[in-house]
Design a protein. Structure first.
Length: 753
């Protein structure tokens, strides 16, 4: 945004193509005498005609949404080296502050000063969703059918995904990025109405998609019929015409009868086990639990009818007002949030009002399996709209919740001892016992056994009653295992921060490639001292520019099977084709000074069928030119670990994560299989792309746990158990990594069939 005093204006004229043109000279408010402090403003189209009617010498002029162009007349007129171009097509907005003298015809004629504020706003054209075309930038209205709250994209930006519909019965999914989460649409629930300005439309797999473009802006409105038409936006400058009120009301009426809008968020008093629900609540306390999970203590004024799990944390780690935490101990619940939600959870302010989407009410049992309780989890990822939204004080749901919370009698809550607490506490002698019991899952393994012949078999009952850390050898049956879909057992693990995350699907990578292709390769970065470049334009309608940079060795290109290359502007299909021919492929994009890696939610390296990812928290990406040191080596190996180190990337490792329930007649033990590829004798990095290895893994699990045959919950004697003809599993057990949230042990040995 720029502003100043109008010191000169030229007559309204028409250009050769008939476009109206109006030029003014704007001078800074700090120095009205200096010509070097002035700048030319060029206004085009309908805005030029409107401005010519109202702008006068001496007016204060404010302009937003302009283009900055090098001025060809700077030497002649002595003004700024650039001029500003303003037009409706660019989404510009102009505000003019006028000071007018009015003479009052009274005795002793007096003069008063009156201020007039004139807004010259463009009249926008809004495109129905069934008329969108590939490659266009449009303005549109839509009703929210699905959305994901802003989340960290594991790159430099925040991301929000929104699916819109309108009376044309066409659906549009928009993926929006911004470095500031407050600049993304402020959507709180399905049924909200959004207005997008300057959103870019691209066709993908036969469907239109929306992505952010330069100048993108949004307004959000409550979709409830009869609610006040008040836009939500973080922008201080926006246009909203009177006629748009009618558009909002029409969409509200249409949505009320055509879209399945869920009711209000659930209350804690109505929560049922094993369901997912949204919760509107107030944050009372928060605490760090471990590297990949974070605790939120919340309440909504109602009481959960089931015993709830209390997550043990040290007092020094718990943030919140101690007195209030004590007063609300029977009404608040603990919610564990994981992985990508942790960063946002840490930033939440105590006392803020939240809407937490897709909380899992998980039913769990203590070790003796006589007492069950409810655990609340916000799992990692963004499937089904999982996320956390911060609601403003003026939100209608917040106002309703605050009124209700103020009516809650905390004295009654304290006098009435919580049944949930009583039943759950009965599982353990006191809080210290509970804490020590759960600390098992918060200790890292000390050693890993590869030779277990020196250990005797130990009954599960003995293991469950032991203290950590210990190492055991067991002989037991595999009752059940999770996940049943074995490909879901492959995760990405960071050995530095000890975090786990899902392996991104191909659609995420494809979209990031599409997004990076918007920016053309920079020819000034081609053909350097350590790589050769080729660039061409595709012959299709989009006419993409693709650049490939081949890394040289000793001033010569190597054989394809020994060559590392970098690609700009390629599609997912094109990238995969290159991986079949060349040793390593690195997707990159151009900046003004160097090539750089894409968003870290995309693989930074592809080698064969394997995609290599970096940890966003622990990585500090370096410019691509850092690879020149490897290229200068006598025999560069292009090892993924070395490449990651040179580029400042903390390499994520593919690991297996599985939960085994083991029984031996004396008890049942939940154990996690973590990382150990020798258990399956299959590389975790290849299981997702190799159907043969998937079948081999499934055969192994079918032998350990035959499908269709269930073991009884109660075993007979240990001898009978071991004499059965079911396969047995032999393994070492020790304490699991810190990110496991339940008392378990970790399998570290090999299977024995």
């Amino acid at each position: 945004m720029s502003f100043g005093i109008v010191v000169l204006s030229y007559p309204l004229t028409k250009l050769g193509d008939g476009t109206d043109f109006f030029k003014i000279v704007l001078q800074g408010l700090d120095d009205s005498c200096s010509r070097i402090n002035s700048i030319n403003i060029l206004i085009y189209g309908k805005m030029a005609e409107d401005c010519a009617k109202v702008i006068r010498h001496g007016d204060t002029f404010i302009v937003a949404g302009y283009k900055v162009i090098k001025s060809p007349t700077a030497r002649e007129d002595g003004r700024h080296g650039c001029h500003l171009e303003v037009s409706e097509e660019d989404g510009s907005a102009i505000y003019c502050l006028q000071f007018c003298n009015q003479i009052y015809t009274k005795p002793r004629t007096a003069t008063a000063s009156e201020t007039a504020f004139v807004s010259i706003a463009p009249k926008y054209v809004y495109t129905p969703l069934n008329q969108l075309k590939d490659g266009t930038i449009v303005n549109l209205y839509g009703v929210v059918k699905f959305f994901k709250p802003p989340y960290v994209s594991k790159g430099t930006d925040y991301c929000s995904v929104v699916t819109l519909v309108d009376p044309s019965n066409v659906k549009l999914t928009c993926t929006l990025f911004n470095g500031n989460p407050d600049s993304l649409p402020k959507i709180y629930k399905v049924g909200d109405i959004v207005r997008f300005h300057r959103i870019k439309i691209r066709e993908y797999n036969g469907q239109m998609q929306g992505i952010t473009s330069g100048g993108f802006a949004s307004l959000t409105f409550d979709g409830t019929v009869g609610a006040p038409v008040v836009p939500r936006t973080s922008s201080k400058v926006y246009t909203f015409m009177d006629e748009e009120h009618k558009t909002i009301e029409e969409l509200r009426v249409w949505a009320a009868s055509n879209i399945s809008i869920s009711g209000p968020a659930a209350k804690l008093s109505s929560v049922q086990p094993m369901l997912f629900f949204d919760l509107t609540c107030q944050l009372v306390g928060k605490a760090k639990v471990d590297g990949s999970s974070f605790l939120l203590k919340v309440w909504d004024g109602t009481k959960c009818p089931y015993p709830t799990w209390r997550v043990p944390v040290e007092a020094k780690d718990l943030e919140g007002e101690r007195v209030l935490l004590h007063q609300l101990r029977n009404l608040m619940v603990d919610i564990l949030v994981y992985d990508n939600h942790v960063q946002l959870a840490k930033s939440l302010k105590i006392g803020s009002f939240l809407r937490i989407y897709s909380i899992h009410a998980k039913q769990a049992s203590a070790d003796n399996e006589n007492v069950s309780h409810i655990e609340f989890h916000l799992h990692g990822g963004t499937c089904y709209g999982r996320g956390i939204g911060v609601l403003p004080e003026n939100n209608s749901d917040v106002k309703e919740l605050k009124t209700f919370l103020e009516s809650v009698d905390l004295a009654d809550s304290q006098n009435m001892e919580s049944m949930s607490s009583v039943e759950l506490d009965g599982t353990f002698s006191d809080f210290t016992d509970l804490e020590s019991h759960l600390q098992r899952c918060q200790q890292l393994p000390v050693t890993v056994l590869t030779d277990h012949q020196d250990l005797n078999n130990t009954e599960l009952k003995t293991i469950m009653n032991s203290t950590a850390p210990q190492q055991y050898r067991i002989r037991a049956k595999l009752r059940t295992y999770k996940p049943q879909k074995l490909h879901q057992s492959v995760k990405l693990h960071c050995s530095k921060c000890n975090s786990l995350q899902e392996v991104p699907d191909g659609d995420v990578f494809d979209f990031i490639l599409q997004r990076s292709a918007i920016t053309d390769p920079n020819p000034e970065l081609h053909n350097t001292s350590w790589y050769d470049s080729v660039m061409w334009t595709t012959q299709d309608q989009k006419q993409r520019k693709i650049a490939i940079h081949f890394v040289r060795h000793d001033e010569m290109l190597r054989q394809p099977e020994d060559t590392l290359l970098m690609i700009e502007g390629g599609t997912l299909k094109e990238v995969w084709k290159l991986t079949k021919r060349f040793k390593c492929v690195i997707p990159v994009r151009s900046t003004e000074v160097d090539l750089e890696l894409l968003d870290l939610s995309a693989p930074f390296l592809l080698q064969g069928n394997v995609k290599y990812y970096g940890c966003k928290q622990c990585s500090a990406p370096k410019p691509i030119k850092s690879l020149s040191s490897m290229a200068a080596e006598e025999r560069p190996s292009w090892d993924p670990t070395e490449i990651a180190q040179v580029l400042g990337i903390e390499l994520l490792q593919y690991v297996f994560i599985m939960k085994f329930t083991l029984v031996d007649g004396t008890g049942a033990l939940n154990a996690y299989l973590f990382d150990y590829e020798k258990f399956f004798q299959i590389p975790a990095s290849e299981i997702l792309t190799n159907s043969f290895l998937q079948e081999k893994m499934q055969m192994t699990m079918n032998m350990l746990c035959p499908p269709g045959r269930k073991l009884g919950l109660k075993a007979r004697s240990n001898e009978d158990c071991l004499a059965d003809k079911f396969p047995k599993a032999k393994c070492e057990c020790q304490n699991p990594p810190v990110y496991l949230s339940q008392p378990t042990w970790t399998l570290t040995g090999e299977k024995e069939l």
